[in-house]
Design a protein around this ligand. Structure first.
Ligand code: ARG
Length: 644
């Protein structure tokens, strides 16, 4: 703050404009300085308090419309027409050291930053804060105005695949979006717990154990647990399926024979045998032993789980994701579920129905339907486990907020979960209040070239290979890439992630491997290229960070330079806005706009051919742009490359 006050003084203001009863962050966001300053100047003209003006100053979609604007009707001044008022404000607005004389247009007043002070406020701050520029670590504090206050805690549950089942598009999106949200809230100062809630419980894990006895191999399990378990599951499920078909056929046969008054003894005996000895019953028995906590039964299953987690960890690492907690459906304690069942019964929220227990949620909202919370055989369900898990997580972490990143196919499931917790009252209702479901649409046509991709690793490998082909098609460049394999891999991952984050979360999108790996258009490879190009400029210009810090900012006078600076100044606001939208596309849209602006300025703002001082100023400007691009890419979970 002291430093900021000193530089504000050189610009002709006595102190940093700040509005006392608002949470503004002039040291993190220079635009806050401008908004406070303009609000202070507008107060005497409009008769509205600066604190009320500040929040209605909005950003513009394009820089031509100003750096921010005042929609006059939002001031709610009675008696005057907004357009006349806009005109009046424009005329009465005093000379300011920070902004140009405003422009009145219809009911808007548009404000433009004066270029010189803007460069001096923004660019040194980017160089100084480097990887932290734009992020505001106070937002996640219990009291954002008091930097010494405690961080709030957030659980973000994401990815959550099912062991021995394919990692489908829903898991892919959850992983990408959840990883992004974790970075986002961490950058905002929250204490984030990244949680993976594995699908690792239920009768199908009995099926898997039985299958492993028949088809499993220890070596194959060690070598590729996820693939092998899936293989086993497919084989044993096929048998179970055949048996079910057999029973169906036998039953049909019985009807036929009975019609003819013939004996059905043989058929009945066969059905009995299958029902007693078949995979389905074996699996039920096995799972029952697991649920009862029998050591032998749990041992093999724990091995499946542990080995799968080892493998998952490697794959998540490729996406820059590490988890703090590998929980899962199996980890939910019986006590928590029983305690919940007791409350549900006592408060008459649940009811018995043909031996099972259900909650009739139509009482609260028609579309929530009836939800089963206990099966007839007494076993729990997906929903029951989620109820127990939510409470256990609260007891373990005392979180302030919990986000579930799950596909919109499960909207009903989560709405049921939250509603049940809410009507249970007391601590359950407290938990419900803190929960949010972040949903997303489907990925259509996710088949990769080989058509075999069932697991995250395969998807990333296939896209990486395609990327490698795209790179090879530019031979001249290709020979200069030092480690093409690895670069292709990184670019491929960026391609998948950027495509996923390019629209609003709720929209479905087409998995288009050609489009996502292209260097043209708003793609991952395009962003990577923009970053690598800025790195190459820096390598050629050869300035040290100390030298760049002494750049003469007043030399950046061209419209292109000024526009790039104005665009860089928007990054902190983009970050804050992203916390509101919780949409990765908010960040991406900004980054694409900024990089497009850059690519049209390279010619006008040449570094190597410029005079020494201009050369330094421009190199510093590009370094600032690189930093902002880097920060944005990292926030999204991408690995910015330096060469490609
Ligand atoms: N494993 C589940 C599935 O693949 C997703 C889990 C979502 N999280 C939850 N708490 N229910 O469908």
């Amino acid at each position: 703050m002291e430093q900021l006050t000193a530089s504000i003084k050189t610009l002709g203001l006595d102190e940093v404009p700040q509005l006392s009863n608002l949470t503004t962050f002039p040291t993190y966001n220079q635009v806050d300085i401008y908004r406070a300053h303009v609000a202070e100047l507008l107060a005497p003209i409009t008769g509205v308090a600066a604190e009320q003006i500040y929040p209605v100053l909005q950003w513009t979609q394009v820089l031509d419309y100003g750096d921010f604007m005042l929609p006059v009707p939002a001031l709610r001044i009675k008696g005057k027409k907004p357009d006349a008022l806009a005109q009046e404000i424009k005329e009465k607005f005093p000379e300011s050291p920070l902004v140009l004389p405003p422009v009145a247009e219809k009911t808007f007043v548009r404000f433009f930053f004066k270029p010189d002070p803007l460069a001096k406020l923004v660019l040194p701050s980017i160089l100084k804060n480097s990887t932290k520029y734009g992020f505001n670590p106070n937002l996640g504090l219990k009291d954002p105005k008091d930097p010494s206050s405690e961080k709030k805690k957030m659980i973000i549950e994401f990815s959550s695949p099912n062991i021995a089942k394919p990692f489908h598009a829903g898991h892919l999106r959850s992983t990408i979006i959840g990883g992004f949200l974790s970075n986002l809230y961490e950058a905002a100062g929250w204490d984030v717990v990244r949680m993976n809630y594995l699908g690792d419980w239920g009768k199908q894990y009995g099926v898997l154990a039985i299958g492993f006895e028949k088809f499993g191999s220890d070596e194959a399990l060690e070598a590729n647990p996820i693939g092998h378990l899936y293989e086993v599951y497919v084989k044993v499920s096929a048998i179970a399926h055949d048996e079910a078909e057999q029973v169906k056929a036998l039953k049909a046969k019985i009807v036929e024979l009975e019609g003819k008054n013939e004996s059905v003894v043989e058929q009945q005996a066969e059905i009995e045998r299958i029902e007693k000895e078949g995979i389905d019953q074996q699996a039920r028995d096995y799972f029952k032993r697991m649920a009862d906590g029998e050591k032998d039964a749990l041992g093999i299953w724990a091995r499946f789980r542990d080995l799968s987690i080892v493998k998952y960890k490697q794959t998540y690492a490729r996406l820059n994701i590490t988890y703090d907690d590998y929980s899962g459906e199996s980890q939910v304690k019986n006590e928590s579920m029983e305690a919940a069942a007791k409350v549900l019964a006592e408060k008459k929220i649940s009811e018995q129905s043909e031996g099972a227990v259900l909650v009739d949620l139509t009482k609260y909202q028609k579309k929530l339907g009836k939800a089963l919370v206990k099966k007839r055989d007494g076993t729990t369900l997906y929903l029951t486990r989620d109820i127990g898990a939510a409470v256990e997580r609260d007891q373990k972490y005392h979180f302030d907020k919990m986000i579930y990143v799950v596909a919109s196919q499960q909207d009903l499931h989560l709405a049921q979960l939250f509603k049940i917790l809410e009507v249970m009252g007391d601590e359950y209702a407290e938990v419900a209040k803190k929960c949010q479901h972040i949903n997303f649409g489907m990925v259509l046509g996710m088949s990769t070239r080989k058509g075999t991709a069932k697991f995250l690793d395969d998807i990333l490998r296939d896209v990486g290979e395609k990327m490698h082909d795209v790179m090879r098609s530019n031979e001249g460049k290709y020979v200069q890439v030092e480690n093409p394999e690895q670069t292709a891999d990184t670019l491929g991952i960026s391609a998948v992630m950027v495509q996923d984050m390019s629209g609003k979360r709720i929209n479905n999108y087409e998995f288009d491997i050609n489009r996502m790996t292209s260097f043209e258009g708003d793609t991952g490879p395009y962003l990577q290229y923009a970053h690598a190009r800025l790195c190459s400029i820096a390598r050629k210009a050869e300035f040290t960070p100390e030298q760049l810090a002494t750049a003469d900012w007043s030399l950046l006078t061209e419209k292109h330079a000024v526009d790039v600076i104005r665009s860089l100044a928007q990054w902190p606001d983009t970050f804050t806005n992203t916390i509101k939208t919780q949409e990765p596309v908010t960040v991406l849209t900004y980054l694409f706009k900024m990089t497009h602006m850059l690519s049209s300025s390279y010619e006008q703002l040449n570094v190597m051919k410029a005079e020494p001082e201009v050369k330094k100023a421009r190199a510093a400007l590009y370094e600032c742009a690189r930093q902002v691009l880097y920060n944005g890419m990292r926030l999204l979970g991408l690995n910015p490359v330096e060469r490609m």
